[in-house]
Design a protein around this ligand. Structure first.
Ligand code: APR
Ligand code: PHB
Length: 393
């Protein structure tokens, strides 16, 4: 076996890894992607669906904007709902920015189509992926593919292998601190074959818990319910889901349309940040370095922000300027902490935290007070609009 050589070896073909490889190609920099799942599996994974304006701009600049333009749904704001009343927060009017509803799955589909057409090297179904010699300037990646042992030597390795990947775990324990916060509730998400009953996303705080109405297309709705972390899908037959969605999302004079449920899943919520996104010749991007609860829709957008910064830093490195690359870890982390506090704020604002009864009742009234403040203050709404539509990167 003779080792393959590339400039950047990327572990993981999620949105972070695929986009980084594509952005590097655009800058004339070779890379190889190594993924442990199959292409079909990667294409089928259903995740979030809101793109910040800067994310749309990045994808468009890299030639990936075609379907976002024709099939993405541009949204000017969101609805915040509480006490059974719906309030519009109009980002466009407040700060002149918007977001685009376009499934992560579609972003991945566009990336894979582009890579396949360009003939990129992506090893799917790679087993026993391991990274080596990260402290040196000649790191290596080893794995087995189609029964054969492979070795890649590179200038850099990028861990875009998600929360459970091998790259972050390859940094010595004493060199990294993990900041973690879990939430005492989860999201049950459904996809339903029915036209959305709303023009903008609805985020609702209800006595029974959080609910949300999102969408994927003019014919497909995406809806979420706060459930207990111990709940399983068999406790949530379709009728119970719709009943809860009607109760939590209902306002007088408005009807939630039901449709065939085609996908159902329960996702735990967590906030997580690694203290470093750079170690020797390894860089982390996306979920490998940080996780947010889904309430502010920042997971995919953070991955896109990391990768945009990292691609620019690698391009500068190969043009003999190392400042950006040596500052990547710090710059991406500082941006991420700003995103973290927003995701935590949106999550705490909108979920029922079932602690002891007294605290729970106090917290609920206090949340209503905060929502009254936000919907009643143009300053608070601008703050929300600026963060939801995306910080610069
Ligand atoms: N070797 C190779 N690939 C791996 C390994 C491994 N040991 N472990 C994990 N992977 C792959 C996963 O199969 C997955 O395809 O790495 C990829 C990581 O992709 P994602 O989990 O989608 O993470 P990322 O690309 O950072 O995208 C972040 O995904 O989880 C959502 O909310 C998050 O929207 C955000 C986005
Ligand atoms: C989604 O459409 O899946 C979605 C939208 C907004 C969120 C989270 C998820 O905050």
């Amino acid at each position: 076996m003779s080792p393959e050589n590339t400039r950047v070896a990327i572990i993981g073909a999620g949105p972070a890894g695929l986009l980084l490889s594509w952005a590097l190609r655009d800058a004339g920099i070779d890379s190889i992607v190594v993924e442990n799942r199959s292409q079909d599996y990667v294409l089928a994974r259903i995740r979030a669906g809101v793109l910040e304006q800067s994310a749309v701009e990045t994808l468009t600049r890299l030639g990936l904007g075609e379907r976002i333009r024709t099939e993405g749904l541009e949204h000017d704001g969101i609805y915040l709902q509480f006490r059974g009343e719906r309030h519009h927060v109009d980002f466009q009017e407040l700060i002149g920015r918007s977001v685009t509803v376009y499934g992560q799955q579609e972003v991945v589909k566009d990336l894979i189509a582009a890579h396949n057409a360009a003939g990129s090297t992506i090893y799917y179904e790679a087993a026993d992926v391991a990274v080596h010699d990260l402290e040196s300037s000649a790191p290596r990646v080893t794995f087995t593919h189609a029964g054969e042992a492979h070795e890649i030597t590179a200038d850099f390795v990028v861990g875009a292998d998600g929360f459970h990947g091998v790259c972050r775990a390859s940094i010595p324990r004493e060199a990294i601190t993990l900041y973690d916060r879990s939430y005492p509730y989860a999201w049950l998400g459904i996809l339903a074959n029915v036209a959305p009953s709303t023009d903008e996303l609805i985020y609702a705080l209800h006595e029974d818990g959080f609910a949300m109405h999102s969408m994927r297309s003019p014919h497909v709705s995406r809806l979420y319910l706060q459930v207990d972390t111990a709940d399983s899908l068999d406790q949530w037959p379709d009728e119970r889901i719709w009943e809860n969605l009607h109760a939590r999302l209902g306002v007088p004079g408005w009807t939630l349309q039901e449709g065939e449920i085609t996908d159902k899943s329960i996702t735990p919520m967590r906030s997580f940040v690694a203290s470093r996104l750079a170690y020797g010749s390894l860089f982390l991007a996306g979920d490998a370095g940080h996780i947010v609860p889904p309430t502010g829709a920042k997971g995919l957008n953070s991955a896109i922000a990391d990768v945009t910064m990292l691609a620019a830093a690698l391009a500068a490195h190969y043009a003999d300027d190392d400042a950006l690359l040596s500052g990547y870890g710090e710059a991406a982390l500082r941006r991420q902490w700003r995103v973290q506090q927003f995701s935590q704020w949106m999550t705490d604002l909108l979920h029922r935290n079932r602690t002891d009864l007294q605290t729970m009742e106090f917290d609920y009234q206090s949340q209503l007070g905060r929502l009254d403040y936000v919907t009643g203050s143009v300053h608070a709404q601008r703050e929300l609009a600026e963060q939801y539509s995306g910080l610069p990167f």
